[in-house]
Design a protein around this ligand. Structure first.
Ligand SMILES: [Zn+2]
Length: 350
């Protein structure tokens, strides 16, 4: 017993020491566990903040992309709108073209040409292939159809016995004579602006020797958008003889050149008989003479324009656009004669 007690006495402190040691270990473990837990929580928080930042960044990028896409879509919508408008304009142009061409008496388009036109509608803007040969005098054409190729619509043609022009003039403004033959004349097709400022097809017969000059004159008048009311052969106003037909043509304010007739007032052949004289807008540019100190003129419709300072744009005055263009090509003007004075008349003898 005594030994046991002693052993107990020895074992007791040992037990106490052991339990003290195990208490410390527990605290250390607990402390380490806590530290680890904090570390884990810290790491978790750090990654959570990082993820949140990343998400915010992504969201901002997405918003930016969204705005960019919206802008692109609205730009595309605007482009579609513009394209639609262009299509409408082209459809209108094609409708206008179909309305004006082919012209009376000419052959209709063949299916291949129609197919080509349809293809052109899909491709770049179509330029209808108008040709001066197709055009009829008096025809009004859309200026967009000739843009860039205006000068090809001014053309001279020879006249031969039995052809369409010959049949129109024979026995009227032309007949066999000793002074001028068909080979000396040229039939011209040209464009002019009429008094409504529409582009209209005109025609004229002039001497072959001056036909290129006349084409140049009328090309320049056209480029200057100079207005000429009517430009048809005098034969369209034929009333039976040269003088009365000339008078009728003047009453209709028709611009014309060739007519095999004597000079106004009789006597020698007029320069019109050689196709070397052109009368421009005769209503606004009358032939006047004085009689007993009084100014005279034949055509009642010319009365408002006898006063050359009336300011009408179709009244020709020295050094205006019409005068200057004719003068440039060597034409002399009847407006500079003393008495009579022929304001409509330009001529070129050689
Ligand atoms: Zn004349």
């Amino acid at each position: 017993m005594k030994n046991d007690n002693r052993r107990e006495q020895v074992e007791q402190p040992m037990k106490k020491e052991n339990s003290h040691k195990s208490g410390n270990t527990l605290w250390i473990l607990l402390f380490t566990g806590m530290v680890c837990m904090f570390l884990v929580m810290g790491l978790l928080c750090y990654s959570f903040v990082g993820m949140k930042k990343e998400l915010q960044k992504n969201s901002r990028t997405a918003e930016k992309k969204d705005i960019e896409l919206s802008e692109t879509i609205s730009q595309m919508k605007q482009e579609i709108q513009k394209l639609n408008e262009k299509v409408l304009v082209q459809e209108q142009e094609i409708a206008d073209y179909k309305k004006n061409a082919p012209v009376q008496g000419e052959t209709a388009q063949n299916p291949q040409e129609e197919a080509a036109e349809e293809n052109a509608m899909i491709g770049p803007p179509a330029r209808p292939a108008l040709s001066v040969d197709q055009l009829q005098p008096g025809q009004i054409i859309d200026s967009s159809q000739i843009q860039g190729s205006e000068n090809t619509f001014f053309k001279a043609y020879e006249i031969s016995e039995g052809d369409a022009v010959y049949n129109r003039i024979y026995g009227k403004s032309y007949y066999e004579n000793e002074n001028i033959g068909l080979q000396d004349l040229r039939y011209l097709k040209m464009l002019h602006y009429n008094f409504n400022h529409e582009v209209q097809v005109g025609e004229m017969i002039v001497n072959a020797a001056i036909s290129n000059d006349v084409l140049s004159v009328f090309q320049e008048l056209f480029a200057a958008e100079y207005e000429i009311q009517s430009m048809r052969l005098i034969d369209d106003y034929w009333t039976g003889d040269g003088d009365s037909s000339d008078s009728n043509s003047i009453d209709n304010n028709n611009t014309s050149a060739f007519c095999y007739r004597q000079i106004t007032g009789g006597g020698n052949l007029s320069n019109h008989a050689y196709g070397r004289a052109i009368d421009i807008n005769p209503q606004q540019n009358p032939y006047v003479w004085s009689s007993q100190g009084q100014l005279q003129w034949s055509h009642e419709n010319a009365s408002p324009y006898v006063d050359r300072a009336c300011g009408d744009p179709h009244v020709i005055v020295e050094n205006d656009v019409c005068y200057n263009i004719f003068a440039k090509y060597g034409f002399s003007w009847g407006g500079l004669w003393s008495d009579p004075v022929d304001y409509q008349h330009f001529e070129k003898e050689s």
